[in-house]
Ligand binder design. Structure first.
Ligand code: URP
Ligand code: ZN
Ligand code: ZN
Length: 463
């Protein structure tokens, strides 16, 4: 056979198997997995002796250059996708917000224009619905046909004009029972949260960034998740809860899935590795503000257990980077902190280090959480999310043990701090291939802006 690249002598790990093999790549595709592969003509050989060869990561929740909280998130489609490649993420899913006058497709076209010349790895989009009506309902089919079978709805962000009420959520979920789309929901209870924000606002100097914690107790998420699940149950709709942060919500997901309700959920590294003590730091506490906010150690423990047991299917990042200058806009008022954290570059290392090296789960389970389940649920499997003949050659090579200390100065993320600063992590790729092309070599980015392609996805995705 003729190959363009052979990855030699590595240990291939997929969601189901671990075995020694060479991987042969022709053009953008995996064309052979076997032993002692040789090409009939000269080709690039990459030695992966002693390393894991795994499918590229898929981060299904990323906000690049998002206008939000009076500023724009600092990682754009260029720096964000470079950071993705450096962290072993070869596909990310960003969001296209409904155009207020012209609807969903107009928002998608505009977002694709912003991304096109900058993206260094492949990307897809979720379509954000901010104003549900019959016209949007009919447009869903066109959006799905275009390759976007996932729609985002927010139960909060009233003043941003992004919020969907229960009727909108109910109707959109009903539609998914017919059209096979999935509704991705930011589940927090707006009314009670607003009441608590008003309660702590007069004492904002006293509590500082910790007021963000006080105004969003666990029941703010729990109640909203419960409500969204109820609407999914009665409509037989298809639901996905994004950035889940509480133990209570994990219990609800588990109970719902036992009842046969079509609900899946993701959690994020910030809810697994950090706890709300970070908000008590008078200098840096406000940097960690994100929605939902970081919770207690017992929540992290419950979320890890949910990942181990398969109750939660995906770890994604909710990347929405703001640097210290942007975060400083809060000026001591917790209601003005730009909400969001950097994360796409540290997704795989954080889950690999705390999951696999801490013996919480196997390397195969790790692959399922960061690649195979996202690909299946979001409708791009087996093109993405596995190492198999015919799949895109999105591949990363990682040293199983070698750790490095997280230092924001060494990350490609456009940010002057990291929530994980100083933590020791393994799992950064030495080599990242995106559709057969080496985009990270010896840990350094060597790709090109504009190389990334838009990934068209299918409806009816399931894990
Ligand atoms: O605080 C966050 N997570 N910012 C991004 C928007 C969202 O809610 O996902
Ligand atoms: Zn959100
Ligand atoms: Zn988000």
């Amino acid at each position: 056979m003729t190959f363009d690249t052979i990855i030699k002598n590595g240990t291939v790990a997929t969601a189901s198997d671990t075995f020694p093999a060479d991987v042969g790549i022709t053009g953008e595709t995996i064309t052979c997995i076997g032993t002692d592969l040789k090409s009939d003509s000269p080709c690039l050989e990459i030695d992966a002796s002693g390393k894991y060869v795994i499918p590229g990561g898929i981060d299904v929740h990323v906000h690049l250059q998002l206008p939000f909280c009076g500023t724009v998130s600092s990682d754009d489609f260029l720096t964000g996708t470079k950071a993705a490649a450096r962290g072993g993420v070869t596909t990310l899913i960003d969001f296209a917000i409904q155009d207020a006058e012209r609807g969903l497709m107009a928002g998608i076209e505009a977002r694709m224009q912003e991304a096109e010349s900058k993206v260094c790895v492949d990307y897809a989009l979720h379509s954000i619905i901010t104003n549900w009506n019959e016209k949007i309902h009919s447009e869903m089919d066109q959006v799905i046909e275009f390759g976007i079978p996932t729609f985002k709805m927010f139960m909060i962000y009233e003043k941003e004009g992004w919020q969907s009420d229960d009727a909108a959520l109910f109707s959109a979920l009903s539609a998914t029972a017919e059209n096979g789309a999935r509704i991705c929901v930011h589940a927090e209870s707006q009314k009670v949260m607003s009441l608590l924000i008003d309660k702590y606002f007069p004492e904002k100097e006293k509590y500082g960034a910790y007021a963000h914690v006080l105004s969003r107790p666990n029941f703010v998420e729990e109640e909203a998740v419960q409500r969204a699940i109820k609407w999914a149950e009665v409509t037989q709709g298809r639901l996905y809860i994004v950035h889940m942060s509480t133990g209570e919500a994990a219990d609800l997901i588990w109970e719902a899935r036992i009842k046969g309700i079509d609900v899946y959920a993701e959690t994020c590294p910030q809810y697994l590795l950090l706890d709300d003590e970070v908000f008590k730091d008078p200098e840096k506490g406000h940097l960690y503000a994100t929605c939902p906010q970081i919770k207690k150690p017992q929540d992290s423990q419950r979320l890890w257990r949910a990942l181990e047991d398969g109750e939660l299917s995906i770890v994604a990042t909710d990347t929405c980077t703001f640097d210290t200058k942007q975060k400083a806009m809060w000026e001591g008022d917790f209601t003005k902190i730009p909400f969001g954290l950097p994360g796409v570059e540290t997704l795989l290392p954080s889950v690999y280090t705390e999951g696999v090296l801490e013996n919480r789960f196997s390397v195969n389970h790790f692959v399922s959480l960061i690649s195979t389940n996202p690909a299946k649920l979001m409708g791009m499997y087996p093109q993405k999310g596995t190492l198999a003949i015919g799949s895109d050659a999105d591949i990363i090579i990682i040293d199983p043990k070698e750790k490095k200390k997280i230092d924001w100065q060494e990350l490609a993320t456009n940010c002057d701090w990291s929530p994980f600063q100083g933590m020791e992590m393994a799992g950064f790729p030495e080599t990242t291939l995106s559709r057969g092309k080496v985009v990270v070599k010896d840990g350094q980015f060597v790709g090109n802006p504009g190389y990334g392609k838009f990934v068209k996805r299918q409806a009816w995705g399931e894990v």
